[in-house]
Write a protein that binds this ligand. Structure first.
Ligand SMILES: NC(=O)c1ccc[n+]([C@@H]2O[C@H](COP(=O)([O-])OP(=O)(O)OC[C@H]3O[C@@H](n4cnc5c(N)ncnc54)[C@H](O)[C@@H]3O)[C@@H](O)[C@H]2O)c1
Ligand SMILES: [Zn+2]
Length: 346
């Protein structure tokens, strides 16, 4: 097991390792007196892992209630959020109780936002079961739901009190969801961890999962500790996301996030070559590593469509956007630019 401590506005431990679901009760008991726990999950994950977590928490003295909703992004809404808040209220949860998110990023974001809002904030435990949630969404404190106007348009920063990542759970992920997690992990490698990137280049992802999650959590930790509220260094984590979000939007959200980020990284690698910052052979390595891990690198949309979709990104402020450009594996930089100049990158 690997333990990482994140020192944000709250300090918390991230435990990463095989077989940790059955340890969730013991690990929670290390930081909390017995209390009520609302186990939040979706209807795909709960049948797979709900009983193990419920038993572990109950055996450790916690009183567990359950809230389950249909899996998928279409559930990440104000309606589900409202139902969860009402369930917390109806079950008599108090400020000393907590929410446990068991699932992927959808469960984590929704349960996290409910924990941030219920009685102005109760504790949250994240138990990520997708690679994407493990390497990205379960750490760092961003929570939220989608609105009609766009993804993650309502939310709050609310750091978890504990993260328990059982790497065995990735064994039941389908290829697409596994690859989506790889996209965010390759992003961390390109940003700040050349050894992590090389592991994906060699196609070793399935066999070195604890190491991968640990490296990504350490990368994310360093940006979050510098800039918890995403106004400075944390923006590096947006590598590939400006065009990635545009690809998602152009596809009417049919393209999974990780696939869109992969295409976005390929586009930004080419843009970095065009700008004279990155060697063409390094851009080729980035694209080859993405492809080797089942990820797309060709963009089906023309530049004009991408730029118009990018304009809707919530990170555009006052007609300006900051993109992350690449100098080398492990060496990226932030480039603020006028939205109108974005097309010149393509
Ligand atoms: N808060 C953040 O910092 C942050 C960062 C990145 C992404 N996100 C959000 O995360 C969401 C995407 O996360 P995701 O890709 O985990 O999506 P998800 O939660 O929808 O999970 C993907 C699918 O995998 C299933 N699943 C989950 N764990 C499984 C397992 N172990 N075995 C089999 N199936 C399993 C789910 O039921 C779902 O069908 C998006 O809403 C995105 O906005 C948030
Ligand atoms: Zn992402």
């Amino acid at each position: 097991m690997t333990d990482i401590t994140v020192n944000a506005s709250k300090s918390y431990k991230v435990h990463i390792g095989a077989g940790l679901l059955s340890e969730t009760g013991r690990l929670l008991a290390d930081i909390s007196k017995p209390c009520r726990v609302m186990l939040v999950s979706d209807d795909k994950v709960l049948p797979l892992y709900g009983e193990t977590v419920k038993k572990a928490l109950t055996d450790a003295g916690f009183l567990v209630s359950e809230f389950v909703f249909p899996d998928g992004e279409q559930s990440k809404t104000l309606a589900t959020f409202g139902q969860l808040l009402e369930a917390l209220g109806a079950a008599g949860f108090s400020r000393s109780d907590m929410v446990c998110a068991l699932g992927g990023g959808v469960v984590g974001d929704l349960a996290g936002f409910a924990a941030a809002s219920y009685q102005r904030g109760i504790r949250l435990m994240q138990v990520p079961t997708t690679l994407l949630a493990a390497v990205d969404s379960s750490v760092g404190g961003k929570t939220g739901v989608d609105l009609g106007s766009g993804k993650n348009q309502a939310g709050a920063f609310h750091q978890p009190s504990l993260v328990v990542c059982d790497t065995d759970t990735f064994g039941t992920l389908d290829e697409t969801n596994f690859a989506c997690g790889c996209a965010e992990a390759i992003k961390c490698g390109v940003l700040a961890a050349p050894a992590l990137f090389e592991l994906f280049e060699r196609g070793e992802a399935r066999d070195r999962i604890e190491e991968i999650v640990s490296a990504c959590v350490n990368t994310k930790k360093s940006y979050v500790e510098q800039d918890e509220f995403d106004t400075g260094a944390r923006r590096f984590l947006n590598l590939g996301h400006t065009f990635g979000h545009a690809v998602e939007k152009c596809s009417n959200y049919e393209t999974p996030h990780g696939f869109a980020v992969s295409t976005g990284m390929a586009l930004i690698a080419d843009a970095s070559v065009k700008g004279g910052y990155l060697k063409p052979e390094t851009a080729a390595r980035i694209k080859a590593a993405l492809q080797k891990n089942g990820l797309p690198t060709d963009c089906p949309y023309d530049p004009a469509a991408l730029v118009s979709c990018a304009a809707a990104d919530k990170k555009v402020s006052g007609g300006e956007i900051t993109v992350v450009l690449i100098r080398d594996i492990g060496d990226c930089f932030l480039q603020p630019m006028e939205l109108s100049a974005l097309g010149e990158l393509l």
